[in-house]
Every structure is written in C-alpha cells, then in structure tokens.
Design a protein around this ligand. Structure first.
Ligand SMILES: N[C@@H](CCC(=O)N[C@@H](CS)C(=O)NCC(=O)O)C(=O)O
Length: 203
C-alpha cells in the first residue's frame, strides 16, 4: 500500500508519547493526516466504536484510506517510515534500531510513561509510588546517558526511529519528577531531537 497522497486518520491522545510518535513521523515525512482526539482519561478508548476498531482498547490507532487499521506505535512508525531515511539502510544499523525500539517498549516506556502518568495525571504522592518504579526510571536514564556519551543519535549518527520512539516519553521526564540535569547527555540529546522535529523544548 502506497502512502503517497493517502488520507490517513490518526486516533490519538495528544498527551500520550506513544501517540505523538506517530505525529513526529508523519510531520517529518510530510504525510497528510487527520487527527481524531481520543481521551484515555475520559475512557474514550473503551467505547464500543473504539473497541471495534482496536479490541486492545489503546491509542494510537491509524486508519488508512483503504480502511486498513494499524495499532502499536512502533509498528505504525515503521510502516509510515518504510523506505525513508528514518530507517537505516545498513542491515546491522537497522537491527540496532530495532534493538532500541524493543527496549523502548519493554523497559523504557513501562518505566517513564507509567511514572509520569501516576505523578502528573493521577497526582499520586511520592509515598503512593512504588520506589522500584522510580529506581527503574533512573536505571533507564543512566543507560541512555551512557550510550549517548560518545554519539549524538542512538544509531548510526543519524536521526532514526530509535530516537523518535525514545524521545517521546523522555522529553516528559520532568513530569515524572525525574531531573535530566543528572543525565546531561540525555538532556542534550532531547534538545537535539526536539530541534530536528521543530519542537519547542518542554523543559
Ligand atoms: N504498546 C502500545 C501501548 C499503547 C498504550 O499504552 N496506549 C495508552 C495511551 S499511551 C492507552 O491507550 N491506554 C488506554 C488503556 O489502556 O485503557 C503502543 O506502543 O502503541
């Protein structure tokens, strides 16, 4: 399926890093799209209409002009970016990009996105938050900081989907109560990717 001139509708919550990943790629590649705001907090992912489109009850979801529907943020990014410079041409670099995409979903997002949600949206106090979750976030940021000591981008010294997936929640770290001043390479990288995306710095 060609994405050229295709009308595509993104069903997303604009407070969600997972949903913003889709916008980052579409905007960078100039892929025209409509955005339908779906509020997770208002339970709009649980309506019969939404569940008929994505039985997993999660955003983001993309519906293409031919009515095909795709969910899972990283799968959507990969589909939109097919054949573009956001996916490394070199096979090993491409594998490294996948390495970071899988790490993002298994280790990074379940830490930073969850802590941010609990603190910033559910307004949980520090005593209500599992200390192991905060420790996991610090470990994740330390690993990223160490990787970025010797490079400007996660893979191949060039912007790739790995950076876009990882920046989505890292740039909200302050809303999780995490101070990027302790992870200066990560902070500089966030600014770099925000600049590449034409975004104003959040913190
Ligand atoms: N692995 C999924 C995670 C999607 C996800 O957790 N979406 C959240 C918003 S960030 C959601 O829709 N939550 C609603 C719910 O689970 O009820 C992805 O990357 O797309």
């Amino acid at each position: 399926m060609s994405l050229d001139n295709a009308a595509m509708t993104v069903f997303g919550d604009s407070i969600s890093g997972n949903c913003l990943k889709v916008k980052f790629v579409a905007d960078l590649l100039g892929i025209a799209h409509d955005w339908v705001e779906i509020s997770v907090l208002k339970g709009e992912t649980r309506t019969p209409e939404f569940l008929a489109m994505n039985p997993a009850g999660q955003v983001p979801v993309v519906r293409f002009a031919d009515n095909n529907v795709l969910s899972q943020s990283n799968a959507i990014m990969l589909h939109l970016a097919e054949g573009s410079g956001l996916i490394p041409a070199d096979a090993f670099d491409r594998a490294l990009m996948f390495q970071w995409l899988f790490w993002e979903q298994y280790s990074h997002e379940p830490a930073i996105a969850v802590l941010r949600f609990q603190k910033f949206y559910l307004k949980k106090s520090d005593s209500e938050i599992d200390p192991a979750l905060t420790a996991k976030c610090v470990k994740v940021l330390a690993l990223m900081n160490s990787h970025l000591q010797t490079r400007e981008y996660f893979v191949g010294e060039k912007l790739s989907l790995a950076d876009l997936a990882l920046v989505a929640y890292t740039r909200f770290a302050h809303q999780a109560g995490l101070d990027l001043a302790s992870h200066p390479e990560v902070r500089a990288w966030v600014r770099r990717i925000e600049r590449d995306l034409g975004l104003e710095p959040l913190a």
